[in-house]
Design a protein around this ligand. Structure first.
Ligand code: NAD
Length: 499
């Protein structure tokens, strides 16, 4: 066992002792039904522990706790400075337990612990610190209204918390996706019910425990572990004012339909099929390194994964050879080994999905340049090789659908006029990468590509300061920045007659 993550063994044994409970009203409780489910280590396929399987009755209890906490003076009257301090204290505690959280995420999700600590846990600390800055700065304004009567009016706006928020997150970045929602929601004064993915419930539960330790009042931060039914119960519940969802486009559509019960506010971060556009004048080494990272980081289970490559025909073969070289340098294995930077997929279901897309691609006429299946030396766990499929065509499913695994579909282009149309020929619009040394071309393409984030000569940079979200079927609304604070607040316009 590597010393840096030596805690893993005792952590696993501790977790296995008793089923992990839901967190409702500040207490760890079992589901009303008494049901539990297994969470599994994707590197071994073995159970880590049992977790409470929350259902509609548990959601109802969590909503009651969250509604009560919303109006409790301990939370409702907390000053902006104190809310800010609280979020910073939570960030301190995540920092204190960073190695333990990285191990938890590694055994629950499969992602390499070293990378998880450096990227996801560090990122979550930054998220809480960033949003800790907002309570003292997020307010309304006075506005120069001109009533017909000529009355002297003072008009001002105020921001109020939207209320009880159901936060439904996926398994690919469990801790960050939770932080991206919990931090702005608490900064805005809301109370929350977090529903982690059934594959990865452990860091969400730990995050809520740390929040309680930081002093977040009981009932402000609740966690319901369980399956899609628990998420649907949150969406259906009339006591939930807002749902913030990150996950698949199919479930996003179901959430929109379900939310009509009380027309709750909905924000959605959904799937993607992001193009990487490479012009003939690009720095090929830099592009290859970043394109490889853009599709192979987190085993390709990233919503912004650059999964469609559009390489100019003059550099296509050279670029692909360099991307393949990058892939060959990855160390694949159990993420508890600090030298590993490519872990397993999250589940057998995900392995089957990725594998079936490789078959689909082959049947559609694409070729496997590298990878395509299980690494020969790893017989257990859900490992899948970094894979490049060449000779892909615009109409192939491997170019149109989200595979959500380490599979790059490569296309070659010659006609610059058709390039933007091809890149935009997608149901998704989450992100895009552009590689060129011609700055004018870079800006021109950035303006033409339909995507919420465009990276020019870089890829997958995300920062709490700048909005993140999708065009088209990649979602509604933007996380991060002021936009996230707006998602979790209502604006009220107040007219005061001074005449
Ligand atoms: P998923 O949609 O299957 O599940 C996401 C969450 O929704 C889980 O917690 C799940 O239990 C819950 N859920 C399932 N059915 C539900 C229902 N009917 N009502 C309410 N909740 C329900 O997604 P996944 O497989 O966990 O994650 C992968 C997807 O997430 C990919 O499509 C990926 O692109 C997307 N994603 C998007 C972003 C982004 O920011 N745009 C980030 C990460 C992941």
């Amino acid at each position: 066992m590597p010393t840096s993550f030596a805690k893993a063994e005792s952590l696993g044994a501790d977790l296995a002792r008793a089923p992990r409970g839901l967190i409702i009203g500040g207490k760890s409780v079992q589901a009303v039904s008494g049901k539990t489910f297994a969470t599994v280590n994707p590197a071994t396929g073995k159970e880590i522990c049992q977790v409470a399987e929350g259902g509609a009755e548990d959601v109802d209890l969590a909503v009651k706790a969250a509604r009560q906490a919303l109006v409790d003076p301990a939370w409702a009257n907390m000053s902006a400075v104190d809310r800010s301090l609280l979020l910073n204290r939570l960030a301190d505690l995540i920092e204190r337990d960073a190695a333990e959280l990285a191990v938890l995420e590694c055994i629950d999700n499969g992602k390499p612990a070293t990378l998880t600590q450096a990227v996801e846990i560090e990122g979550s600390i930054k998220t809480f610190r960033y949003f800790a800055g907002w309570p003292t700065k997020f307010g309304g304004e006075t506005l120069p209204v001109s009533p017909r009567s000529g009355a002297k009016i003072l008009n001002y706006t105020v921001r109020e918390p939207v209320g009880v928020c159901g936060l439904i997150v996926p398994w690919n970045y469990p801790m960050s996706m939770a932080a991206w929602k919990v931090a702005p929601a608490l900064a805005a004064g809301c109370t929350v019910i977090l529903k982690p993915a059934e594959q990865t419930p452990l860091t969400a539960l730990r995050l809520a425990e740390l929040a309680l330790e930081a002093g977040v009042p009981e009932g402000v931060f609740n966690v319901i572990t369980g399956f899609g039914e628990a998420g649907a119960a949150l969406v259906d519940h009339p006591g939930v004012d807002k749902v913030a969802f990150t996950g698949s486009t199919a479930v996003g559509k179901a959430i929109v339909r379900g939310s009509t019960v009380n027309l709750k506010k909905v924000s959605l971060e959904l799937g993607g099929k992001s193009p990487q556009i490479v012009l003939p004048d690009a720095d090929l080494d830099a592009a290859a390194a970043s394109i490889a990272a853009g599709i192979f980081f987190n085993q390709g289970q990233t919503c912004t994964a650059g999964s469609r490559l559009y390489a100019h025909s003059s550099i296509h073969d050279d670029l692909l050879a360099r991307i393949a070289d990058q892939a060959a340098q990855l160390t694949i294995g159990n993420g508890l080994d600090p030298s590993v930077n490519f872990g397993p997929l999250v589940s057998q279901e995900q392995w089957d999905q990725v594998s079936s897309y490789v078959e689909i691609g082959k049947n559609e006429g694409a070729d496997i340049m590298i990878g395509g299946g299980r690494p020969a030396d790893l017989s257990e766990g859900y490992f899948f090789q970094p894979t490049i499929m060449t000779n892909a065509g615009c109409d192939m499913r491997i170019v149109r659908e989200e595979i959500f695994g380490p599979v790059l579909s490569a296309l070659s282009w010659d006609d610059a006029d058709d390039l933007v149309a091809q890149a935009n020929d997608s149901d998704f619009g989450l992100s895009a990468g552009i590689w060129t040394n011609d700055i004018k071309q870079g800006h021109r393409l950035a303006s033409q590509v339909k995507a919420g984030t465009v990276w020019v000569n870089c890829f997958n940079l995300v920062d709490n300061a700048t909005p993140f979200g999708g065009f088209k079927q990649s979602g509604w609304g933007r996380e991060h920045g002021r936009q996230a604070m707006e998602l979790y607040s209502e604006i009220k316009s107040v007219w005061v007659n001074l005449s």
